[in-house]
Design a protein around this ligand. Structure first.
Ligand code: PLP
Length: 440
């Protein structure tokens, strides 16, 4: 009997024993193609010699030193590397051990920024429906996914949720993509006016929505208008790039493609590429300076922030992404993946939409392509697809609740950037096997 508290208490998972490029082997010798990088984590595959060497090297020197007393060489190097490539005036990196911690840190940083500035009435965040920002209580409150919040609602701070952007679902007939983008962005302005700008801290959103909607990019102009509104009302823009950042969409930061920069960005997952647990909230010097000129102390912290071994892994990963050409490879192989998905499933009667950017792709499953009617949730097609794909030796990320947190199914794909053209063929074949079995 296992004493590990698993994610699903009614199922047992095979034991992963070996990583080999884009493949994972279990203790029975079965090989799985990692078509989703776990949950958009393993951007460099499972056996990257450079990242492994960097970790070993760091442990040989010093595995851990507490940031209450010390910084470390890899933490300094990684922060420099991130800032050198970060958009806008992002300038200071607050390291964490993962994505939820990064979001939680960003929320508290944003609140304390206004307290330092003498604006303590600002206590309200605005986020979007159908979003996911993590499972700690602050991050969960920011998230707008009804199902994930349900059991914990009484414990969550009050956050307003406006509409997400999903052109396939909600652009109206006769409306251009840009008109649609402006219409939904303007919901932010209406909500700020309703609450009173003097009560609002900021707006948080994922540039390309991952887990909850399946790699849904914004329409052109949406985030430009969002940035404009945040500036006009003096509220902070927090972009959550925990899933879509670190090269996943074909640029190191996803928001680069929308031509804007946030006041705080959160990253994780691909930052450690699965070799170490690490995340970060990166803020502008304006925010940082408010702390310097104010209390001189961010009232937050976790034991493992800036962990030397984790930052050594992150540094090797970001070096490979930027200097090693892996971000460019994500953009290039993303096009190959997109073409292969369209070729295989573009006409499938139950695949309504194929979308995404770079190595971040989503397929929306529908009962009827013409009406876009979702599948009956009782059919649990996302669960069946996950199981059928796993049986066929493919790790992918099907989820339900795409539309309103209850209905709608999608499949998220986020393979390692090192995937070859032939391996993309293998991924699509295996996915085809699962789709045929479940959807016909
Ligand atoms: N934010 C986004 C956009 C995510 O997709 C996730 C995880 O899926 C998180 C935050 C939480 O990250 P973690 O699971 O590392 O705590």
């Amino acid at each position: 009997m296992s004493h590990v508290f698993p994610r699903h208490t009614k199922s047992t998972a095979p034991l992963a024993v070996k990583g080999d490029g884009i493949y994972i082997l279990d203790s029975e010798g079965k090989r799985y193609l990692d078509g989703s990088g776990g949950a958009a984590v393993s951007c460099l595959g499972h056996s990257d010699a450079d990242v492994i060497a960097a970790i070993k090297d760091q442990i040989d020197n010093i595995a851990f030193a507490h940031t209450g007393f010390f910084s470390s060489e890899p933490a300094e190097r990684l922060a420099d590397r991130l800032i050198a490539h970060a958009p806008g005036s992002l300038d200071r990196v607050y390291f964490t051990s993962g994505g939820s911690e990064a979001v939680e840190s960003a929320l508290k940083m944003a609140r304390q920024y206004f307290v330092e500035k003498g604006e303590p009435s600002r206590s309200h965040f605005i986020a979007r429906r159908q979003s996911y920002h993590g499972n700690t209580l602050g991050a969960l409150a920011a998230g707008g996914n009804a199902w994930r919040r349900e059991k914990f609602n009484p414990l969550l701070i009050d956050v307003s949720h406006i509409a997400p952007v999903h052109e396939y679902r909600w652009r109206e007939d006769g409306e251009t993509a840009e008109e649609y983008g402006l219409r939904v962005a303007n919901e932010l302005e209406a909500e700020i006016q309703r609450l009173g700008a003097e009560n609002v801290i900021g707006f948080i959103a994922e540039p390309v929505v991952g887990a909850t909607m399946g790699a849904v990019p914004p329409v052109k102009g949406y985030f430009k208008r969002i940035r404009e509104i945040c500036d006009q009302y003096g509220i902070l823009l927090i972009l959550d790039e925990v899933m879509c950042g670190m090269g996943r969409t074909g640029t190191l930061f996803a928001c680069e493609q929308d031509g804007i920069a946030p006041d705080i960005v959160t990253i994780a997952k691909g930052l450690g590429a699965g070799y170490q647990p690490i995340g970060a909230a990166i803020c502008t010097s304006e925010i940082y300076d408010a702390f310097v000129n104010g209390s001189g102390f961010f009232q937050h912290g976790h034991t493992y922030i800036g962990h030397p071994t984790a930052t050594a892994a992150g540094d090797a990963v970001v070096k490979k992404l930027t200097e090693g050409g892996m971000v460019a490879r994500a953009a290039q192989q993303g096009e190959v993946l997109d073409a292969a998905l369209r070729e295989a499933f573009g006409q499938h009667p139950h695949i309504g939409d194929i979308r995404g950017r770079g190595m971040f792709r989503g397929l929306e499953i529908v009962a009827d392509r013409a009406t876009k009617e979702p599948m009956d949730p009782a059919k649990a097609v996302n669960k069946k697809l996950k199981a059928a794909a796993f049986e066929a030796g493919l790790v992918c990320y099907p989820m339900g609740g795409t539309i309103d947190g209850q209905r709608g199914d999608h499949i998220l794909l986020a393979p390692p950037f090192i995937i070859s053209d032939d391996q993309i063929g293998e991924l699509v074949d295996k996915l085809g096997t699962a789709i045929r079995e479940v959807l016909g």
